[in-house]
Design a protein around this ligand. Structure first.
Ligand code: C2G
Length: 129
């Protein structure tokens, strides 16, 4: 089964790794949409630490990932699911309910987030002496 997931994956950490690993285990071909820098700025109100080509390079190197593309806009999700012929959309449960509208074209699964880690927490930890 073809699985699709999306994310910014900035300052790559174990929470990112675990959702990608769990998404991979649910099927046999994993496609990952990585947010563009412009989309990230729109979504988070700040530029990512790692630019989009660096973030895509990191995701592409993971053994769980079969294909990577750049996600240009939140509004194109239906189109991406169809273009990549994904049978399941996997997202962390911080997005719970947000993508239920796509249940007409694929299965939509929200997995629990890894507790106590986020890009923001990593940045804060490095900042603090
Ligand atoms: N994640 C997780 N555990 C964490 C942190 C993140 O499981 N501790 C998951 C998120 O739930 C998401 C994925 O990792 O499914 C990527 O997270 P982000 O890089 O924060 O991406 P986000 O801004 O949620 O982008 O189209 C949807 C967006 O592009 C998703």
């Amino acid at each position: 089964m073809r699985i699709i997931t999306f994310g910014t994956f900035d300052v790559f950490h174990v929470g990112h790794l675990r959702i990608i690993e769990r998404a991979h285990m649910l099927g046999d071909y994993l496609i990952v949409g990585v947010s563009t820098d412009a989309m990230t700025f729109e979504k988070k109100g700040r530029d990512p630490v790692y630019n989009q080509s660096e973030r895509m390079e990191i995701i592409s190197a993971l053994r769980y990932v079969d294909e990577v593309f750049s996600e240009e806009s939140l509004d194109l999700k239906r189109q991406y699911i169809q273009t990549f012929q994904a049978a399941m959309l996997v997202m962390g449960n911080d997005w719970a309910g947000k993508f239920d509208e796509f249940k007409d074209i694929c299965r939509v699964v929200y997995l629990p987030r890894t507790p106590s880690i986020s890009t923001t927490a990593v940045i804060e930890k490095i900042r603090k002496p």
